[in-house]
Design a protein around this ligand. Structure first.
Ligand SMILES: Nc1ncnc2c1ncn2[C@@H]1O[C@H](COP(=O)(O)OP(=O)(O)OP(=O)(O)O)[C@@H](O)[C@H]1O
Ligand SMILES: O=C(O)c1ccc[n+]([C@@H]2O[C@H](COP(=O)([O-])O)[C@@H](O)[C@H]2O)c1
Length: 190
């Protein structure tokens, strides 16, 4: 599951858990983006903070791991590179890429989109406020999956912190503590 994870929240974790359960996945690898090129107009926190929050949030689940492949590659983050790197590291594994309805709706604008379908199977999960559709996408490579509705977004979490409002229970406790410790999202953003 790729994401900017700025910060990781319970919407991400529930989607990943549900997809893992429904598709009987042996492992969910969370892959924080290096430079999310389609968020170029958004201020994104340093990659190491996003990586460490993802580690904290996933640490208690034995099936959840975190990969640095997108952080350790220079330049804009493209999922085609992510999947090629993961395949090289795990040549015997079958890869599924978990994505929310909003990201799936943009997928035709992603780099090397035709190759993406050969690199992984895509699981598109429901997300409140977005229409989940496989229209225009190869139906044998994309599966839609309903997951419990979590009306949470990273941008709203950042705004809440910036406004002095709590993010307890929107993000894992350790992530709240991490945000407080490093005083993330306290400046005026976006
Ligand atoms: N509440 C949610 N329910 C289901 N999927 C989600 C949810 N939030 C994010 N996702 C999915 O998780 C992936 C990573 O999302 P991302 O890290 O950009 O979080 P975000 O909440 O969308 O961030 P932002 O608000 O900054 O755009 C994307 O595929 C996105 O569609
Ligand atoms: O490959 C691309 O061109 C591409 C364009 C936009 C987003 N993605 C990936 O989609 C995932 C979710 O992205 P985001 O921006 O919603 O956090 C993340 O893994 C990104 O690297 C990938």
């Amino acid at each position: 599951m790729g994401g900017t994870f700025d910060p990781i929240h319970h919407g991400h974790l529930v989607a990943a858990s549900e997809a893992a359960s429904r598709f009987d996945l042996a492992e969910v690898v969370f892959v924080p983006t290096g430079q999310p090129w389609q968020k170029a107009d958004t201020q994104v926190s340093p990659a190491e903070h996003r990586y460490l929050m993802t580690v904290v949030a996933t640490a208690s689940n034995p099936r959840f791991t975190v990969s640095r492949v997108d952080l350790d590659r220079d330049g804009p983050t493209y999922t085609s590179d992510t999947l090629r790197d993961l395949r090289a590291l795990r040549p015997d594994d079958e890869l599924y890429f978990i994505t929310g309805a909003d990201a799936l709706a943009q997928i035709l604008s992603w780099k090397d989109v035709d190759e993406l379908w050969e690199l992984a199977h895509f699981i598109g999960v429901t997300r409140p406020g977005y229409h989940l559709s496989e229209s225009g996408l190869p139906q044998d490579r994309v599966t839609l999956q309903e997951v419990p509705a979590m009306a949470i977004s990273s941008s709203n979490c950042r705004q809440r912190v910036s406004d002095g409002e709590p993010v307890w229970y929107l993000v894992p406790d350790g992530v709240v503590q991490y945000i407080n410790k490093y005083e993330l999202y306290t400046d005026d953003r976006e």
